[in-house]
Design a protein around this ligand. Structure first.
Ligand code: BES
Ligand code: ZN
Length: 457
């Protein structure tokens, strides 16, 4: 392992140059205009994996964007680690808020700034460089390695679960390793043991069959925007509880130990509020903001539109109002269950002046990983080696639906060893990834493979 660590150290700058090259490829999976670029990002990665000496590398078709699959076999006596990540990125919009072009990486104050730098090219690449450090320093990998880097994570991973179903033998492993989450704070190592799920819907109310003059018809015809706004306002009560019937039925309550662990985290509420740009927090009664953002379910309107939104005034009584609404879920809530409950809620509450169109967009399950699993302890040892302190085990508010699929389809636990920070602006303008964390992540990956092999031996 020491030769690998030394190799990573002496090649630190080269690794950053290579990452910059990959970040220059705009692999925006949700926008068909970027299909060729998205494929180019897959090919780029496959070429790098071949160049560093990985035995088997394939760009596999899925019906959507391809999956980069790689394999390096050492021996039957070694455990097998499956690394998952994604090479696709979110659209960079709004472009005018970027201080430099999103696909021309720049390094500023120790951060590499580009779309995908933290989510997830920079983090996925840490494992590629860890493997390179082993193979190119003449050290055998301590484990059998499989890698599956997908290109549709930011657009719902629609082809991923079928791919896993159809390739169970190919993907057979002992554990999954993912870096697509965050450190608790700079210099404060953490391993995520919980992720939230998601249920995403779109709701449209139609009142009059066409837009009307608000002076001629207003007062006799109900306005769909007024009606939708009232329905949305009623989705929370005064305790910020979600009012959808049965919404909390399958929520796994936070245990006393978990709530103690939340309290033990070095959380700076003032700094957190400043980062979010808010003057006060708002969470479900009885829960802290930290619990609310990771251990409890939510319902948020992501967008709402209708009527006239152009310049000046137009006296219109609109025909339609539409909203995108998503719920973050916690185990053991399921996206189908919650979407069905939301549908029933809207059907029961729609005023008889309106017709309702309720559309299910997508969803995914949350996950809780057993922190006592050998791989979790190996990850804790690896992070201790890098940071000189034991990591915290944390729950995170974001979603990586494939983690539940790994458990359900392959029976595998996932170690979520992420190096992002909430302040990385993922999905926002000026996304960044600290180069210190990039290098710490490479070191942690090298140490994890070694520690896990020893655990299993
Ligand atoms: N890397 C994020 C998920 C994440 C972010 C986990 C921060 C923990 C902390 C991932 O790429 C992502 O954005 N996922 C989507 C999933 C959705 C489209 C199903 C999300 O959470 O919105
Ligand atoms: Zn991600």
């Amino acid at each position: 392992m020491n030769d690998a660590l030394a190799y990573a150290q002496s090649h630190a700058d080269t690794f950053v140059d290579q990452l910059s090259d990959w970040l220059r490829i705009p692999s925006i999976s949700t926008d068909p205009e970027y299909n060729a670029d998205t494929r180019r990002a897959a090919d780029w990665l496959a070429d790098d994996l071949r160049r560093i000496g990985v035995q088997k590398v394939e760009v596999m078709e899925t019906g959507g964007h391809p999956i980069v699959y790689a394999e390096h076999y050492i021996g039957d006596d070694k455990p097998t680690v499956l690394v998952y990540g994604h090479y696709d990125v979110q659209p960079p919009d709004p472009l005018d808020l970027w201080h430099s072009p999103p696909f021309e990486p720049v390094i500023k104050d120790g951060d590499i700034i580009a779309r995908g730098s933290a989510d997830d090219k920079g983090q996925a690449f840490m494992h590629v460089k860890s493997v390179e450090a082993y193979l190119q320093s003449g050290t055998d990998l301590p484990v059998n390695l499989k890698m599956m880097i997908e290109g549709e994570e930011e657009s719902g991973s629609v082809h991923l679960a079928p791919f896993i179903e159809n390739n169970k033998d190919l993907l057979a492993a002992d554990v999954v390793l993912v870096s697509d989450t965050s450190l608790f704070a700079p210099g404060v190592p953490s391993i995520a043991y919980g992720l939230r799920g998601l249920a995403y819907v779109e709701v449209e109310l139609t009142g009059p069959s066409k837009d009307l003059h608000s002076g001629v018809y207003g007062g006799g015809v109900e306005n769909p925007i007024n009606a939708l706004a009232r329905m949305i306002a009623d989705l929370h009560d005064e305790n910020h509880h979600i009012t959808v019937e049965g919404f909390y039925d399958n929520v796994r309550d936070l245990t006393d130990e978990e709530r103690e662990a939340y309290k033990a985290l070095p959380f700076d509420l003032e700094a957190w509020m400043e980062e979010a740009g808010v003057k006060a927090t708002k969470s479900e009664a009885g829960y802290t903001a930290l619990e609310g953002t990771s251990g409890r379910p939510t319902l948020d309107v992501n967008g709402i539109w209708g009527g006239y939104t152009g310049k000046g005034a137009k006296t219109v009584l609109p025909s339609k109002a539409t909203a995108k609404i998503s719920c973050r879920l916690v185990p053991d809530q399921g996206p189908e269950e919650i979407t069905a409950k939301l549908r029933r809620h809207f059907e029961q509450h729609v005023p008889d002046t309106m017709t309702l169109d309720f559309r299910d967009l997508h969803g995914g399950h949350g996950a809780i990983v057993d922190t006592s699993a050998p791989a979790m302890q190996a990850a804790a040892d690896a992070l201790e080696g890098v940071f000189g302190q034991r990591p915290h085990f944390t729950r995170e508010g974001g979603s990586i639906p494939v983690v539940a699929d790994f458990k359900k389809i392959l029976g595998l636990d996932t170690v979520l060893m992420g190096f992002g920070l909430d302040s990385d602006s993922i999905h926002s303008p000026n996304e960044r990834f600290g180069l210190d964390r990039f290098h710490q992540g490479i070191e942690a990956s090298i140490r994890f493979l070694d520690a896990y092999a020893k655990q299993e031996a």
